[in-house]
Design a protein around this ligand. Structure first.
Ligand code: ADP
Ligand code: MG
Length: 661
């Protein structure tokens, strides 16, 4: 049933709904709220001065508009609340004036100062009878909340039924509520208890469906035919003896697992999970070498030009004593340069090509592609990853590298279709990054330390959660920090900014200048999270650190300490924050990710959120960890016992991934 069929939603609003992925009634019903407002109307005499409360009253006087300064106005009027005439003020709502007619009943949200008999409202609500739980939805520009709420209400009343994807026996076993009842509750709940029940059902369903697919993919991958090779272990060992360091045990294990994969006729689909700096590159190097020795070409794809270039430089170094021919293919090359590479690849003259998604270009044709390596795999979508693999005549082996140290059990659920090698130990030689949490009024200490590092010839990263100042004016934006720093250092130090809204070319240029050491302080949003290597950077300063998940903080901190110099990370936050103490305590990504899961704070799951593949409507793989693991177990069993035979939906899922023979 299309949304056009719902009476009362005009074409403009339909278009807006389309923009958030809503095309039919089912989309509407499964556009779940992200939070709830518990509207509990109290008597104004019970209002505490510091609490935000809801009160109900009737408007007594016509609101007056006052302009405090440009873009800043205030409405003042009197309201009869529980038989007290109260002064009400609300900022920046001049547009509401015409709606606030004398005699009208309204609900005010805000704080009441009894002494001054003044209620400062943050919002005014109409049409509220009594206590109520209000669902809150993510909106986009132009789409009014009231429109979305009305559309969902119409969808609920249409009596359209959404299919329940939880198998009957599991519904019984877990005493889940009915799917459509859950959907009703999720949008229009009556109690907190109800919401909990409904969420549990819908989250489990989503994760069951997801892990079913992952588990099926895993079995399918195991069946896929690949290249069987003879591995020349002696030659590999000889190469390893030329490496200037001794491999860690985890590196050796990962290498052995890969070599075994390459020797079997099944395709390799392996994920190397290791923290920043754990030494994943050498593992990839050995895979490429083994692939080369057995007569095949390798392709190595990185998410950005800078990363591709860095891999290129380091692999040229590693392979200096071999005959392996290496090319770098990125969007930066001229047409002629690209065409030369296409030609050489086609003729098999290049043994290893490193590049960005430029590698996916249709003109890229290999002679004998045997191995595909994808760095920071979560930054690529499934389509991009597959596009590269499909360039092989026989399915090439695939190796994914990821610097997102999540616990093994999660990794298995999320990436269950891949085999997993973990590199938990880090090479010993490096100095631990010293991490210190500071309040904003202690910023002088931090500035002093920055100056010290810059004077020593080193460089500094500063990170802010925002690009520009927003309504949340207590956050330090990138632009504001640039101003502050310029003033603090008297414009004598070269400071630049970088953020996600800049063009890729601009970003690359600034990163290059930073890499060359021309820029001393780089202020950015989290765009630098990806693994760029600036060995000379020894200090990371993160403002409003409480805004970031531990995972993100750890990734950011990993940008420094990439050399033998002592490095520092300063976390600036005015909040007393237990989470940030974990950062002071440890630099072990796996430990931090465990803590992150335990604490269930705000934040993202080590970049998993960025992945286009794993977007859940209601589940949160971090906070819903237990449900994820249980659903994975259940769906595995469901698949193994072929219980899906009775389900059209799951048979379709399997058909889609080409699982059924
Ligand atoms: P990442 O896992 O972040 O990709 P890299 O592979 O870039 O890490 O390795 C980081 C640095 O550590 C490199 O300079 C590399 O030469 C060095 N390295 C890797 N393995 C070892 C080891 N076993 N012992 C000492 N240094 C190592
Ligand atoms: Mg790396």
């Amino acid at each position: 049933m299309k949304i056009e069929q719902l009476k009362g939603i005009g074409p403009k609003n339909q278009e807006l709904l389309n923009k958030i992925g809503i095309f039919n009634v089912e989309d509407l019903l499964t556009y779940y709220p992200y939070k709830y407002l518990f509207i509990n109307i109290i008597n104004i005499n019970e209002a505490n001065e510091n609490d935000t409360v809801y009160v109900k009253g009737n408007i007594v006087t016509v609101p007056k508009v006052g302009y405090i300064r440009r873009n800043f106005n205030v409405l003042s009027f009197l309201v009869n609340i529980d038989n007290t005439i109260v002064n009400v003020r609300i900022f920046n709502r001049a547009f509401m004036k015409n709606n606030l007619v004398v005699g009208k009943s309204i609900v005010l949200v805000g704080k009441y100062n009894k002494l001054k008999n003044t209620f400062v409202a943050s919002d005014i609500k109409f049409n509220i009878e009594g206590d109520k739980i209000e669902a809150k939805y993510h909106l986009i520009n132009g789409l009014k909340e009231s429109v979305l709420v009305k559309a969902i209400d119409l969808a609920l009343k249409s009596n359209y039924k959404v299919e329940d994807l939880v198998p009957d026996n599991l519904n019984k076993e877990y005493k889940f509520i009915d799917k459509n009842k859950a959907i009703n509750i999720i949008h229009q709940p009556n109690s907190y208890e109800e919401i909990k029940q409904a969420k549990l059902k819908l989250i489990y369903e989503e994760l069951f469906n997801y892990t079913f697919k992952i588990n099926a993919l895993k079995i399918k991958n195991k069946r896929a035919l690949g290249i069987k090779r003879d591995i020349n272990r002696d030659e590999i060992d000889e190469f390893l003896s030329t490496i200037p360091f001794k491999l860690t045990e985890d590196q050796l294990n990962a290498i052995n697992e890969i070599l075994e994969d390459l020797a079997t006729p099944e395709r390799m689909n392996r994920l190397i999970l290791g923290d920043v700096g754990s030494g994943k590159t050498i593992v990839a190097v050995i895979a490429i070498l083994a692939n080369y020795l057995s007569g095949y070409e390798s392709a190595f794809m990185a998410p950005t030009e800078i990363l591709a270039k860095q891999h290129y430089d380091s692999l040229i170094n590693y392979f200096a004593g071999t005959d392996i021919k290496i090319a770098l293919l990125t969007g930066h090359l001229t047409k002629k340069e690209k065409e030369k590479i296409y030609e050489d690849l086609n003729e098999g003259k290049i043994n290893l090509v490193i590049g960005t998604h430029a590698l996916i270009n249709d003109n890229v044709k290999f002679k004998k592609l045997g191995l595909v390596i994808i760095d920071e795999q979560h930054l690529f979508g499934v389509k991009q990853r597959n596009a590269l693999q499909e360039k092989g005549q026989i399915g090439p082996d695939v190796l994914y590298l990821s610097a997102t140290p999540i616990p093994r059990s999660y990794a298995l659920c999320l990436y269950g279709d891949l085999d997993l090698s973990m590199i938990k130990t880090k090479p010993k030689m490096r100095k631990e990054i010293i991490t210190i949490v500071k309040k904003e009024n202690e910023i002088k200490d931090v500035l002093f330390k920055m100056l010290e590092e810059i004077k020593a010839g080193h460089q500094v990263f500063i990170v802010s959660p925002l690009i520009e100042d927003s309504e949340e004016s207590n956050l330090n934006s990138v632009l504001k920090l640039k101003e502050k720093m310029d003033i603090a250092f008297n414009y004598k130090i070269k400071i630049e900014i970088i953020h996600g809204k800049m063009k890729q070319k601009e970003k690359d240029e600034i990163m290059n200048d930073f890499l060359k050491g021309e820029i001393k302080i780089l202020i950015s949003t989290t765009v630098i999270e990806v693994g760029i290597d600036i060995p000379n950077a020894t200090m990371m300063v993160i403002f409003n650190a409480e805004r970031f998940g531990l995972a993100a903080l750890h990734q950011l901190r990993g940008r420094v300490g990439r050399n033998d110099l002592q490095s520092y990370c300063y976390l600036i936050s005015n909040m007393d924050n237990e989470r940030l103490k974990v950062m002071e305590e440890s630099t072990d990504g796996f430990y931090i990710s465990e803590k992150d899961f335990e604490q269930r704070g705000q934040g993202d799951l080590f970049g998993v959120k960025q992945s286009g593949d794993i977007i859940f409507k209601i589940a949160n793989i971090r906070t819903d960890s237990k449900i994820l693991l249980q659903a994975s177990k259940d769906s595995e069993k469901y698949l193994k016992n072929k219980e899906y035979e009775n389900s059209k939906h799951y048979k379709n899922v399997l058909a889609e991934i080409d699982f059924l023979d």
